[in-house]
Design a protein. Structure first.
Length: 409
């Protein structure tokens, strides 16, 4: 049953005097907590046991950090870019030149026959404002989209942003540091070095595009659970916070009932961010629900709506694809099927812990084994033999983890 407060809302309300949106966990969770406890103190409905449970979940989440897969805006844009040629919007999208010989593709990978026939594209979602999409921005989302060019099947795999990896320069840190230090080119090297990939193409999207995309689609249908409502609304209130100390946004449309309902861009984004109901991997599941709902809406939309979305988000997109390459990808867009979604390091081959000044990291228990699993997942290649580069990275990660006192599986 749809709530009256969200039905037909379409647009997300913005509070006055709250500044630009900033998708930054450093402020979000602190400000969210202020909203959460302020709400609790007013209602008097929160029990001590509830707070203890939330505290336990926060401690558990802190070990693995926050894993964001804001695939919604990225995948939607990949689909919507198909209208660029007819509406002459290409000039608004930032086009970057990448030297494809310098993105870390090994000879071992170039000689791999099983990977031929696949087009692999890196999708980055960055915490940015005002179209700042290059070096210096943190990638809250790192996704490999692998397209089987014969079957048109698409597989998505998220590289968790806090994964402890080689950044592509023989320095080891969290995966999202690669983009911050060297932009998309270094991030591509990071992916290719650690996972024996052959990625030369990428698309980067600023998170402001998410709310705009969903609003232009008229919202998305999501089944909201009773225990998610409070957190969804509090994340809405904290989402416009520019910096620590700024007031919370009270000018929101609250979700008031559980059930299937249409969420606006702001509501859906807040829903994606919930991490106090279940763990970080349930958070990922919510984001996938929004992704699929957004894709279904895009398929049903008319060209005028798609053009409107492109107009809204084009200045928050950066890529090294030119219009011919985009057209090549999208000529069979109607035939594409997302057949699998997952994350790496894989669940049964990862651990977590604090590694010095890098903080809490997701640590591949055995990077080489993760690479074997990844190639089976993406390319149906059984018994893949990782490159010498991967084996070297794998041993270094194990040594650093052991030095930090992290128990490997």
């Amino acid at each position: 049953m749809a709530t009256k407060s969200t039905k037909g809302s379409g647009k997300s309300k913005k509070g006055k005097g709250t500044g630009s949106r900033r998708y930054d966990d450093r402020y979000y969770d602190e400000r969210y907590e202020s909203a959460r406890y302020a709400q609790g103190s007013r209602s008097g409905s929160k029990s001590g046991s509830g707070k203890k449970k939330s505290s336990a979940k926060r401690r558990k989440a802190k070990q693995r950090r926050r894993i964001l897969i804001f695939a919604v805006e990225i995948i939607a844009i990949v689909v919507l870019v198909g209208v660029i040629a007819s509406v002459n919007m290409i000039g608004k999208i930032e086009k970057i030149q990448i030297n494809e010989d310098e993105v870390g593709i090994s000879e071992h990978v170039e000689q791999n026959e099983q990977m031929k026939g696949y087009r692999n594209i890196a999708l980055f979602g960055v915490d940015s404002r005002k179209g700042k999409l290059g070096k210096g921005q943190r990638t809250d989302t790192i996704i490999i989209a692998s397209i089987n060019q014969d079957t048109k099947d698409v597989k998505l795999v998220s590289v968790y942003r806090d994964s402890y990896l080689n950044l592509g320069n023989d320095k080891y840190n969290k995966a999202n540091s690669a983009y911050a230090q060297g932009g998309a080119e270094q991030a591509l090297v990071m992916l290719n070095w650690n996972f024996d990939m052959d990625i030369t193409e990428y698309m980067t999207v600023g998170f402001d595009a998410l709310i705009e995309t969903i609003d232009a689609l008229g919202g998305v249908q999501i089944e909201v659970q009773e225990n998610e409502i409070e957190h969804l609304n509090n994340y809405q209130r904290s989402m416009f916070v520019e910096k620590e100390g700024d007031p919370l946004n009270e000018n929101i449309v609250k979700v008031t009932q559980p059930g299937l309902q249409t969420l606006s861009g702001l509501q859906a984004t807040a829903y994606c961010r919930i991490r106090y109901v279940g763990d970080d991997y349930m958070r990922t599941e919510r984001q996938r629900k929004v992704l699929m709902a957004c894709l279904e809406k895009a398929k049903q939309s008319n060209p005028a709506t798609l053009v409107e979305i492109l107009q809204r988000v084009s200045e928050n997109v950066q890529t090294n694809l030119d219009i011919t390459e985009m057209a090549d990808i999208l000529k069979d867009a109607a035939s594409y099927r997302v057949v699998a979604q997952g994350g790496v390091p894989f669940a049964d081959n990862r651990t977590g812990g604090k590694i010095g000044k890098k903080g809490d990291c997701i640590v591949p228990a055995d990077l080489a084994q993760n690479v074997k699993l990844l190639h089976e997942y993406l390319f149906d290649e059984v018994d893949y033999q990782p490159s010498a580069q991967v084996l070297e990275c794998s041993e270094k990660i194990k040594a650093d983890a052991a030095g930090a006192g992290i128990r490997m599986q």
